[in-house]
Design a protein around this ligand. Structure first.
Ligand code: FAD
Length: 523
């Protein structure tokens, strides 16, 4: 008799891998298929914030904000390597007038064209209150003159609020969830597309296509989870039609050389009532985003337009002492938000909350619509709750469990950097810091018994060595240079074209040598 897995998950983004990790850790047999690389779609294109979403307060989404804030604190504590608390500076612009009605001005017409300081202050107080008393430092208010936060800003800005939220390396979050799922016994299949799905009397029958070789395999499962992100809507209609629909909303970011010296971010309001963030990024850079534009199809790759570049430069320049132009952009990326279609009028007003749908009948299927990086762990628990009547779902465990490498036992990242340099004295400070923020306690395994930089094998530039590449291939499902340079790291920003080409050659040769059967690598 064929052995069915308990759960089969379609999609290796943050939601799919989060569900796989949780389910595998509860002892369920789990298979996950991702048609490209892990985090190759929306989950590597976010603003990378673990946040309650200050702006959602204007849409009166108090439950979403409260839950996301509680989650923010849980996540920051279980992954101290890839995430950190961050302060956000909100400069008050005395000249700001909004061209459009803000959500609150629709409720209180007196506020038309304005978002008064008193209202921002009230919003921040509610935000602090919803976060609870054990949370991150609360809101403060200060004059910008004479402070580092004021240095990059236009001199016409004199006052600012400051509040707390969290930052995370989104793509590494996905990879580490997948790794932990694999360590708990899940089968993680990358470059594997679920091409046909058949509903049988007591199980699902799935045809999988290896997107590199074209090879076909069959899998069967008791429960199906559709976590296909932007593709989830179309997939749901194919599998077992549900009333749920997705609204696809493109968001783009630009990256410039570093625009300021401190480690805080900026929260900037625009005259269209929208907000954007300006965030310190990868040491030498600044990340600016995002936009909100309806997008036609998940199969149309999201690409930043000239208008989006101009919009982001213009919005940031309103606040900066030295305006930026499209010429300052060194990199950009775009993603598609798979939002649950709640019938909102504009793309930015559409709810960011997640929505789960289960179609009637046996065998069960759960469709995931929407959701945020911040709510992925909670969403995983909710998906498993939905399957409770069909398989024994065990008990939740992820709220207190460190993600791989995140077991710092109360030490701070800088203490871990010191410890790593003590064991491997040949590491420079910047190198050790990058390794701790990427791998945490696994940095010791990445470096092995090396007693010099030479012992780490070939050097590819920007402190990237063969030892690290081998780790990414063996333990993190990397297969191509793009997986390495733009997802598991952002070293694509630092390596020259020639260095990137050399890395691509090494990866191709290494993969050929290893052979790829698309399964979780355990050698
Ligand atoms: P995805 O990451 O898209 O994963 C779905 C996967 O399914 C894809 O990798 C795809 O290849 C795969 N797939 C599809 N069909 C198949 C198939 N047939 N077979 C196999 N695989 C398949 N959230 C926050 O919390 N904080 C933020 O700061 C934030 N900022 C954002 C900014 C932008 C611009 C965007 C676009 C989103 C942002 N989000 C943020 C939201 C968050 O990024 C998304 O909600 C989340 O990444 C969605 O994850 P997912 O796993 O559902 O989808």
């Amino acid at each position: 008799m064929t052995e069915h897995s308990d759960i089969f998950i379609i999609g290796g983004g943050v939601n799919g891998t989060g569900i796989a990790r949780d389910a595998a850790g509860r002892g369920l047999s789990v298979v996950l298929a991702e048609m490209n690389d892990l985090a190759s779609a929306t989950s590597s294109a976010s603003t990378k914030l673990f946040h309650g979403g200050l702006r959602y307060l204007e849409y009166l989404e108090f439950r979403l904000v409260r839950e996301a804030l509680a989650e923010r604190d849980i996540l920051l504590s279980t992954m101290p390597h890839i995430s950190r608390a961050m302060r956000f500076v909100l400069p008050l612009d005395p000249d700001m007038r909004f061209d459009t009605a803000t959500p609150v001005s629709r409720l209180v017409p007196f506020f038309r064209g304005r978002r008064p300081d008193v209202m921002i202050r009230a919003g921040l107080m509610i935000y602090d209150r919803l976060a609870g008393s054990h949370s991150l430092p609360g809101t403060s208010r200060y004059r910008l003159r004479g402070r580092a936060e004021g240095v990059p800003l236009s001199p016409r800005l004199s006052r600012a609020f400051e509040y707390s939220d969290g930052w995370v390396d989104d793509a590494r979050l996905v990879v580490l969830n997948a790794r932990d799922a694999g360590d708990h016994g899940a089968e993680i299949l990358t470059r594997t597309k679920v091409s046909t799905i058949l509903r049988k009397s007591d199980h699902w029958h799935l045809t999988l296509t290896d997107t590199t070789t074209g090879a076909i395999t069959i899998k069967t499962t008791r429960c199906l989870v559709n976590a296909a992100g932007p593709w989830a809507g179309a997939l749901a209609q194919d599998v077992a039609p549900t009333p749920g629909r997705l609204r696809l909303v493109k968001g783009s970011h630009i990256v410039t050389r570093r625009l300021f010296e401190h480690d805080k971010s900026y929260f900037l309001q625009g005259p269209d009532g929208r907000i954007i963030f300006m965030i310190p990024y990868e040491g030498d850079f600044t990340l600016i985003g995002t936009t909100d534009l309806d997008h036609a199809s998940p199969d149309q790759p999201p690409v930043i337009s000239g208008e989006e570049r101009a919009y982001l430069c213009e919005m940031a320049s309103r606040y900066l002492a030295q305006p930026i132009t499209a010429e300052d952009i060194v990199w950009s990326f775009s993603g598609i938000r798979p939002l649950y279609d709640d019938g909102a009028s504009s793309a930015s007003a559409a709810s960011r909350d997640y929505h789960l749908e289960q179609s009637d009948g046996e065998p069960p299927v759960v469709h995931v619509f929407g959701g945020k990086i911040t709510t992925h762990r909670k969403l995983a628990e909710a998906v498993l709750d939905k399957l409770a009547g069909h398989i024994p779902i065990g008990t939740p465990w992820t709220a207190t469990a460190a993600l791989p490498g995140g077991d710092f036992n109360g030490a701070t990242p800088s203490e871990m950097v010191k410890k790593l340099r003590k064991r491997f004295p040949f590491l420079g400070h910047a190198w050790a810091t990058r390794l701790i923020h990427a791998y945490g306690t696994d940095a010791w395994s990445v470096l092995g018994k090396a007693d010099s930089a030479l012992a780490l094998g070939r050097y590819f530039g920007a402190d990237l060595t063969e030892a690290e590449l081998r780790w990414m291939c063996k333990s993190e499902f990397a297969r191509t240079s793009e997986d390495v340079l733009w997802r598991r790291s952002k070293l694509g920003l630092k390596l020259t074209r020639a260095e990137q080409d050399a890395l691509a050659d090494w990866m191709a040769a290494h993969m050929q040598e290893r052979g790829t059967n698309g399964t979780y690598p355990r050698d």
